[in-house]
Design a protein around this ligand. Sequence first.
Ligand SMILES: *[C@@H]1O[C@H](CO)[C@@H](O)[C@H](O)[C@H]1NC(C)=O
Ligand SMILES: *[C@@H]1O[C@H](CO)[C@@H](O)[C@H](O)[C@H]1NC(C)=O
Ligand SMILES: *[C@@H]1O[C@H](CO)[C@@H](O)[C@H](O)[C@H]1NC(C)=O
Ligand SMILES: *[C@@H]1O[C@H](CO)[C@@H](O)[C@H](O)[C@H]1NC(C)=O
Length: 223
Amino acid sequence: MALVPPLLRIMAVLAHSLILLIVFSPSAHASGVKAPSTITAGQNATISITETIPKDSENWSKYDGYRLYLALTPPGWGTGPECWLANNLDLSPQTVNIVIPPDVAPNNTKIEIADSFIKKGSKKESGYSYSGTITFLGGNGTWSQRELNGRSMTNANRLPCFLLGCVRQCNDRYYTGEKSSEKAADDCSEQCLKNSGESSMGHLSLVALLMGIVTWRLAQLVL
Ligand SMILES: *[C@@H]1O[C@H](CO)[C@@H](O)[C@H](O)[C@H]1NC(C)=O
Ligand SMILES: *[C@@H]1O[C@H](CO)[C@@H](O)[C@H](O)[C@H]1NC(C)=O
Ligand SMILES: *[C@@H]1O[C@H](CO)[C@@H](O)[C@H](O)[C@H]1NC(C)=O
Ligand SMILES: *[C@@H]1O[C@H](CO)[C@@H](O)[C@H](O)[C@H]1NC(C)=O
């Protein structure tokens, strides 16, 4: 399972526009996730999840939890989830304390929090609901060239936000601006997950696992 889905960020733009349409059309429900207007890096922030699934809905049997994401807007591009902040939350309206690491974005950047219904333990998600714009203070991240080119670096369902800085370093190191260089950056990013032990939570196929061992060996030589 590759860290990066074969999706352009433009897909996220479209999805987000659709959600905005739904959220702001007069008959629609309000967004399912609420956040403070300012969040400071490294400090607790309280997020409220308000949406739920009616027991008589076909979705009641499909989903049993939430995942909470950090959504970023690289300059000139649309907003999309980049990594997760909280995972496998129980499926009932609740408040969650999250801490956003400083290296996810530059200081004074507009971010959003997103949530999605999930089946706990699964990497899939059901579509995103967004908080609305939040000012992120105290950040010290720098956009990678890949983000500035509007290319997705991550699969937000797999990447915990504390590893986003590691993924950016991989892209700074291997991404040349050519699409063909993305594979090397992604292999390096996969290493960020492996080194943190996160990948053991994924449903990696045996092939992916074997390839991971090979890339791990290579990465040991390269890094
Ligand atoms: C942040 O929230 C956690 C609970 O999620 C709490 O244990 C911790 O003391 C809080 N830290 C601060 C600085 O408020
Ligand atoms: C971050 O941006 C805010 C708002 O512009 C500014 O007040 C603050 O000094 C900046 N912090 C750093 C560390 O640059
Ligand atoms: C089930 O969930 C999907 C994805 O969130 C949503 O598009 C759909 O409207 C939901 N169906 C019902 C009946 O709630
Ligand atoms: C950002 O700040 C954190 C905490 O002060 C520090 O550990 C980290 O090295 C900094 N990262 C960058 C990219 O400057």
